[in-house]
Design a protein around this ligand. Sequence first.
Ligand code: NAD
Ligand code: TYD
Length: 350
Amino acid sequence: MKKILITGGAGFIGSHVVRLFVNKYPNYQVYNLDKLTYAGNLANLTDVEQKSNYHFIKADITDGPLLLELFEKHDFDSVIHLAAESHVDRSIANPMEFIMANIVGTVNLLNAVRHQWKNDFEGKRFYHISTDEVYGSLGHTGFFTEQTAYDPHSPYSASKASSDHLVRAYHDTYNLPVVISNCSNNYGPNQFPEKLIPLIINNIRNSKPLPVYGKGLNVRDWLYVVDHARAIDVIFHKGADGETYNIGGHNEWKNIDIVRLVCQIMDEKLDRKDGTSEQLITYVKDRAGHDLRYAIDASKLQRELNWTPSLQFEEGIRKTIDWYLENQTWLDEVTSGNYLKYYEQQYQKR
Ligand code: NAD
Ligand code: TYD
């Protein structure tokens, strides 16, 4: 029996983690704490919301006193912390929101946990979910390992790096039982269409230009979101206190190649003539401080905890496209209102 607080559970990755834990562990009580920002959406969880071991708390992690109250009331024995502002372009436009949610929010949670657990750490765990972007940018060769020095370049990655350091500091200073994982780019159902893959799918659907930054030669290492949730499950249960685990798909793609692949599959699915969607590709001004390449060495996780990705990219990307085409109401809902304002500010000025 566990009482787990999952923060950011209404977001993209968080909703897959909540679903996995609620279904796989009926004897755990899962509390999803989320502020429901533009990226948080309870429609991501309709299939689990009626389960008796699932609970939702609408709260903001930047509110320290509220977190103390919630810990007092529910006495959580574990935390899986995913709540964050997560989009690099938004962090360039508005860094302070990232400082507040990602740094201050994380410290508030650490303080609440410390206050509640005192020095009794038996059966306790604070699991911080982070990104490979903290390691900075690679050249054309090499991989990020757990020993790679932090070298973040965007306000987003700098805020995540900062939160990772604080989580480690609370382990080293107060013996808090923490574990951290740093994962590569995720893709899959429920990702907000500000990120590359769902943005391209949505724009092809609407026959809108497909904005590719710079020359499209930046490389990302893509992992299917359900495989990330599986890794989180394994690390939460078997990872060692104080350790860091890199998670990645060994699946590097240049942006332009991904965009072309999505175009090709979408033409097929939408019964459009081969080559139709590629005509929408539009090269736009590069992102400031754009990291050239991310690639993860996940061999520690494989060696020590026996995790490997379950899905090949060709299968994962087709499943993802199918999900978006079958859930066009979801897409229409999240791309109305504020999304349109964001889109205009982000892309029309280019
Ligand atoms: P997301 O933007 O889809 O979801 C973030 C969630 O956090 C949303 O539900 C939002 O409402 C919630 N949230 C934001 N600020 C909050 C606050 N102040 N209080 C409470 N809730 C708040 O993000 P995601 O892509 O699912 O990423 C989840 C986590 O995984 C983040 O910590 C991110 O840094 C990390 N991560 C993401 C990726 C990726 O490719 N998306 C890769 C590696 C790591
Ligand atoms: P993104 O999905 O924002 O993830 P991250 O920046 O965290 O890696 O972007 C993935 C890659 O795609 C990145 O190199 C930037 C690029 N990109 C575009 O070319 N056009 C776009 O409209 C977006 C959102 C991203």
